[in-house]
Design a protein around this ligand. Structure first.
Ligand code: HGY
Ligand code: MN
Ligand code: MN
Length: 411
């Protein structure tokens, strides 16, 4: 039976070429939605897809697809991830899933394998939690009815989300209802770096992901009153940062109290940010994650209550903006077992482990059977310039992805 053979050098050259698109004067590899570097990277990617013989298109959410038709009139198999990064990120988070899917598509064709299903390589728009606070924006608008038109007015650096999406080729005014219905995609696969230490610690080079955490996230705005930090008695202050500090500590305390859960405040803006002025305005982004959605909802409710108490006690107003709730997902049993069997053919020590990171697969899982394959992260590092995966592990992951696509096509 014909088998795809990965061209590892072609994959590595693509990863290196995409890594050249990074925002100037930023650490590591930075390609944030809606930067010019991100826009140019996607133009490069679209040309690479077309060079590989794929027909490309953007959907109304700005997701980029490259399609090869199949031998039969069947729903397509999708494989992909994202090409945006965090500030000061690495070269493999997301990009391995998109360029790995492109390499898998080329390798399948090079081997003379004619899939029954069409094959679609997907680059989902703005997967990272940007300052607009909406993570997995493209796959959220594609697969759910959770897109809120009121998000479009939110500005970051003077650019509304509406304009940012228009600049990336999306049609935001058309969004609200899912762009894809259950049954319209046969299956979705996402190859991704683990972004954690488990594979390396266990000496494994592949994992079939057994589940993806749920995430609750919001932009929290606290408004107090600027005043003289020396002349204002403590009981007459409205200190927004003191209230925010209670929220930040509470996120950590609540997460620590729930085994398996995590929580963090990774973004904090403070105005006027002057040593002898009582802080007037704080914007922070809070998130909590768990595989157990009942526990996560209870944690989030506790946080909301504590935030309200901390604000009221200081005469500070509190608003939660762009609140999102991403459900935890597990792959259907048949698909998980298919992917695990493929992984174990490439590495008998392949694992089945959950993902503490969020992924577009969480949204695709709402409309189609979705599964993920992990490759190791050296030192467990990610979302940092130190993010690294051994080239042989990258190629093995893409080979497993290609074999899983063929196996699904033949299932
Ligand atoms: O935040 C995450 O889990 C992913 O990196 N977007
Ligand atoms: Mn990612
Ligand atoms: Mn990421």
């Amino acid at each position: 039976m014909l088998e795809p053979t990965i061209n590892a050098q072609r994959l590595l050259d693509d990863l290196e070429a995409l890594a050249q698109f990074t925002e100037p004067d930023t650490p590591g590899w930075t390609r944030r939605f809606p930067s010019d570097a991100y826009r140019r990277a996607r133009q490069w990617l679209r040309a690479r897809m077309e060079t590989a013989g794929l027909a490309t298109q953007l959907d109304n959410a700005g997701n980029l697809f490259g399609r090869r038709d199949g031998a039969a009139n069947m729903p397509p198999i999708h494989a992909g991830s994202h090409t945006d990064t965090v500030m000061g990120g690495g070269r493999y988070d997301g990009t391995l899933g998109v360029l790995g899917a492109l390499e898998a598509a080329r390798a399948i064709a090079d081997a003379g394998i004619r899939l029954r299903h069409p094959l679609v390589v997907a680059d989902h728009l703005s997967e990272e939690a940007t300052d607009y606070a909406i993570a997995c924006l493209g796959s959220l608008a594609m697969c759910t009815g959770h897109f809120r038109p009121e998000w479009l007015a939110r500005q970051v650096n003077g650019v509304t989300l509406r304009q940012a999406m228009l600049d990336m080729g999306a049609h935001p005014e058309e969004l609200g209802q899912p762009l894809v219905k259950p049954g319209e995609i046969a299956a979705f696969l996402e190859l991704h770096i683990e972004q954690g230490p488990v594979l390396e610690a266990r000496g494994a080079t592949l994992a079939a992901v057994s589940g993806i955490v749920g995430i609750r996230r919001a932009l929290v705005e606290l408004a107090g009153k600027a005043n003289h930090a020396g002349a204002t008695p403590m009981d007459l202050r409205h200190d927004a940062l003191a209230a925010a500090a209670r929220i930040i500590v509470a996120v950590e305390e609540i997460a620590r109290a729930h085994p398996g859960a995590v929580g963090a405040v990774g973004k904090l803006d403070l105005r006027p940010n002057q040593g002898n002025v009582i802080p007037a305005q704080v914007t922070l982004m809070a998130e909590m994650r768990s595989l157990d959605m009942a526990a996560l909802d209870a944690m989030w409710a506790d946080l909301l209550q504590l935030a309200q108490e901390a604000s009221a006690a200081r005469g500070v107003t509190l608003h939660f903006h762009n609140e999102t709730r991403l459900d935890s997902v597990t792959p259907p049993r048949w698909l998980h077992e298919l992917v695990l069997a493929v992984c174990r053919r490439h590495d008998p020590k392949a694992l089945a482990i959950p993902s503490g990171a969020g992924h577009d697969a969480s949204h695709l899982a709402l409309v189609t059977p979705a599964a993920m394959i992990f490759v190791p992260s050296v030192g467990g590092r990610s979302h940092a310039p130190e993010e690294y995966t051994d080239p042989a592990d990258l190629a093995r992951g893409v080979h497993a992805l290609a074999d899983a696509i063929v196996a699904i096509d033949r299932a």
